[in-house]
Design a protein around this ligand. Structure first.
Ligand code: ATP
Ligand code: FE
Length: 349
């Protein structure tokens, strides 16, 4: 099976071709990602209207490049998979419309994919990972533990009750005047910092269960920053590094401890991690340690952040299971991965 996948739910436009022959290892034949960082830089965050327009402009070109790099014509793919939600609705609509156009023109089946399922199934693209496994999905908009039992069966064990860690990384960068997206800049600064200088909170560790909270951490960081600014009139490079290191260490501690509890509850033989924050080296190391005794899988960083290969792969898993959508496939701003919203892949009714 050869699947063309499209992604446009946030600020990255992507097109990719993934192939799996029988039970062989899946292959990523191409994975084109066009970021929009520069377009949004002046606004300190993603502007949905600008993102949607940019997706409309870039999608065709990304699809052409993805097919070209894969050495294929559109008529040679078996199906077209597209992120049908959740995400910024303008961008999701742009992708769904583009995919419908391609499917109609080439007379190919259309498969609507849940973006979160794309993240959550990525470890099966990069590794021979059987079901079930525990997934920590930790991204810009989400943070949850899922027991993944099948391509369309996700059981939620808990998650953040407020902010997602990626959002907290982005806000931390903004508060400290570091470039967006915040994750990579905070990670870089943290590498030079002292994680023990500031005592940041580890919220909800005293409470049973797998729920997490990250909004208090943001407030603590703001207070520490304001304290330094009031005392010294500004921040030094060293202050910034120490604040980032302290913040990152707190995130790692919370994720690691809650992961231990989630593993104990899930009883699965493997822990996998995905989503943009899983690109963070310290987070990966903390989770690997928490996964002692079970197999640990963290896909390469470029497949943890938004990309279309994960959508093509989730589409391939869905298509192989016999799911396809018709031209009525809706674009959904919200589309939770829990049992109430099944089917998660395809059949977007
Ligand atoms: P969602 O998938 O929940 O809809 P999203 O698609 O915006 O949200 P992703 O692309 O999966 O999120 O991840 C982007 C987030 O990951 C951003 O918040 C970014 O700061 C964070 N991120 C990326 N790289 C790193 C890193 N090295 N360390 C920490 N965070 C990172
Ligand atoms: Fe994402």
């Amino acid at each position: 099976l050869t699947i063309l996948g499209l992604e446009s739910s946030c600020d990255d436009t992507g097109a990719a071709v993934v192939r799996q022959a029988g039970g062989a290892r899946p292959e990523i034949l191409s994975n084109v990602v066009a970021g929009q960082g520069a377009l949004h830089a002046a606004f300190g965050g993603v502007v949905p209207e600008i993102a949607a327009r940019a997706h409309v402009e870039k999608l065709d070109h990304c699809v052409e490049r993805a097919l070209h790099e894969a050495g294929l014509r559109l008529r040679e793919v078996d199906a077209i998979a597209v992120t049908a939600g959740p995400g910024l609705i303008g961008g999701v609509l742009a992708g769904v419309m583009c995919a419908k156009g391609l499917a109609a023109a080439a007379v190919k089946p259309l498969v609507g994919v849940n973006h979160l399922a794309g993240h959550a199934l990525t470890p099966r693209l990069t590794d021979a990972l059987p079901f079930p496994y525990l997934m920590l999905l930790v991204s810009g908009g989400h943070c949850q533990f899922l027991v993944v039992r099948a391509p369309d069966r996700f059981e939620r064990l808990g998650g953040t009750i407020d902010d997602a860690p990626g959002e907290a990384f982005d806000k931390t960068a903004k508060l400290l005047g570091l470039p967006q997206p915040g994750g990579p800049s905070v990670e870089q600064a943290a590498a030079r910092g002292d994680p023990a200088r500031f005592a940041f909170p580890r919220p909800l560790l005293d409470r049973a269960g797998c729920d997490m909270s990250f909004s208090g951490l943001k407030t603590a960081l703001l207070r520490a920053r304001d304290g330094l600014v009031a005392a010294q009139g500004g921040l030094t490079e060293g202050d910034r590094a120490d604040l980032c290191a302290g913040f990152q260490a707190a995130v790692c501690d919370v994720l690691a401890e809650k992961t231990r509890r989630a593993l104990a509850r899930a009883g699965t033989p493997a822990l996998a991690v995905a989503g943009g924050v899983a690109a963070n080296g310290a987070v990966r190391a903390a989770l690997e340690e928490a996964a002692a005794g079970v197999r640990f899988i963290a896909p390469p960083a470029a497949l943890c952040t938004d990309n279309a290969a994960m959508i093509a792969w989730a589409g391939l898993e869905a298509y192989r299971a016999g799911r396809v959508d018709d031209m009525g496939l809706p674009a959904r701003p919200r589309w939770p991965l829990d049992a109430a919203s099944r089917p998660m892949l395809g059949g977007g009714k």
